[in-house]
Ligand binder design. Structure first.
Ligand SMILES: NC(=O)c1ccc[n+]([C@@H]2O[C@H](COP(=O)([O-])OP(=O)(O)OC[C@H]3O[C@@H](n4cnc5c(N)ncnc54)[C@H](O)[C@@H]3O)[C@@H](O)[C@H]2O)c1
Ligand SMILES: O=C(O)C[C@H](O)C(=O)O
Length: 257
C-alpha cells in the first residue's frame, strides 16, 4: 500500500477521514508531531484535491490546530477549497468533557451534552461547562476548574498511561465514528445535526476555531456562536488565542513554503 493506490482508495469518496501519522510519546506536545505529520497530511490532501475534491474531510491527525490550516492551503492552491467541507475532529474533547461532567454531577453520560470550543491542544481546548446539560448546582467553581483541566489534559493522560505505545485509539475510534456519522446524517438531509468541530470560522478573530457546527447536505450549514460564557470561560478564551493563532499560522506557512 502506498501513494500508487491513493487514487483508487479516494475516487468516489463522499467523506475522507485522515488519522494518518505518528502519535505522541510521553513528554511530547501535539506540536512536536508537526515535522512528520504536516508532510503526511499535505501529501494526502494533494491526493484528495485530485481524486475526490468534493469529499468532506475529517482531520484527526495532530496537531489538528495546524493540520486543518495545512489542508485548507493545499486545497486553495489546487482550486478546490470549500470551507464547508473541511473539519478538524474535536469530538474526543466533547466525549471527555461529557464523561467527566457526568461522573462529577452524577447523571447518566448518555443524557449529557457539553460544548467544547477553541482548538485541540492543551489550553486551546475550552469546555463550556456553564452550558452543560442537564444543568446542575452540584459543581463548585473549583470542580469546574478541575473538570476543565482534566478535559484539556485528557489526551496527555492517555499518552502517559500508554507509556510509549501511542495515544488514545479506542476512544478516538468511537469519537471519529460519532463525528463521521454526524457528517453522513447531514449529507443525507437529516435536520438539526449539530457537533463541535474545528472549522473556518468568524466566531472570533481567528480564521479557524472549534465551536458548535450545524451539518447539512453540503457539509457545514452554519457555524454557531459561543453563547453566554462564564467569567472563567471568557478568561480561558482570551488565554487560548495566542497559542491557537501561532499554530494556525505555522500550518499556513508550512503549506506555502
Ligand atoms: N484528533 C484527535 O482527537 C486524535 C485522537 C487520537 C489520535 N490522534 C492523532 O491521530 C494520529 C494517529 O494516531 P494513532 O494513535 O492512530 O497512531 P498509529 O501509529 O496507531 O496509527 C497511525 C497510522 O498512520 C499510518 N501512516 C503513517 N504514515 C502514513 C502515511 N504517510 N500515509 C498514510 N498513512 C500513514 C500508519 O501506517 C498507521 O496505520 C496521530 O497524529 C495522533 O496524534 C488525534
Ligand atoms: O493526545 C494526543 O496526542 C492524541 C489526541 O489528540 C487525544 O486528544 O487523545
Amino acid at each position: 500500500m502506498g501513494d500508487d493506490q491513493l487514487g483508487e482508495a479516494l475516487e468516489g469518496s463522499d467523506i475522507v477521514i485522515i488519522p494518518a501519522g505518528v502519535p505522541r510519546k510521553p513528554g511530547m506536545t501535539r506540536d512536536d508531531l508537526f515535522n512528520i505529520n504536516a508532510g503526511i497530511v499535505k501529501n494526502l490532501c494533494t491526493a484528495i484535491a485530485k481524486y475526490c475534491p468534493n469529499a468532506l474531510v475529517n482531520m484527526i491527525s495532530n496537531p489538528v490546530n495546524s493540520t486543518v490550516p495545512i489542508a485548507a492551503e493545499v486545497f486553495k492552491k489546487a482550486g478546490t477549497y470549500d470551507e464547508k467541507k473541511l473539519f478538524g475532529v474535536t469530538t474526543l474533547d466533547v466525549v471527555r468533557a461529557k464523561t467527566f461532567y457526568a461522573g462529577k454531577a452524577n447523571v447518566p453520560v448518555t443524557d449529557v451534552n457539553v460544548p467544547v470550543v477553541g482548538g485541540h491542544a492543551g489550553i486551546t481546548i475550552l469546555p463550556l461547562f456553564s452550558q452543560a446539560t442537564p444543568a446542575t448546582n452540584a459543581l463548585s467553581d473549583e470542580d469546574i476548574k478541575a473538570l476543565t483541566k482534566r478535559t484539556q489534559d485528557g489526551g496527555t493522560e492517555v499518552v502517559e498511561a500508554k507509556a510509549g505505545k501511542g495515544s488514545a485509539t479506542l476512544s478516538m475510534a468511537y469519537a471519529g465514528a460519532v463525528f463521521a456519522n454526524a457528517c453522513l446524517k447531514g449529507l443525507n438531509g437529516v435536520p438539526d445535526v449539530v457537533e463541535c468541530s474545528f472549522v473556518q470560522s468568524t466566531v472570533t478573530e481567528l480564521p479557524f476555531f472549534a465551536s458548535k457546527v450545524k451539518l447539512g447536505k453540503n457539509g457545514v450549514e452554519e457555524v454557531l456562536g459561543l453563547g453566554q460564557l462564564s467569567d472563567f470561560e471568557k478568561e480561558g478564551l482570551e488565554n487560548l488565542k495566542g497559542e491557537l493563532k501561532a499554530s494556525i499560522e505555522k500550518g499556513i506557512k508550512f503549506a506555502n513554503a
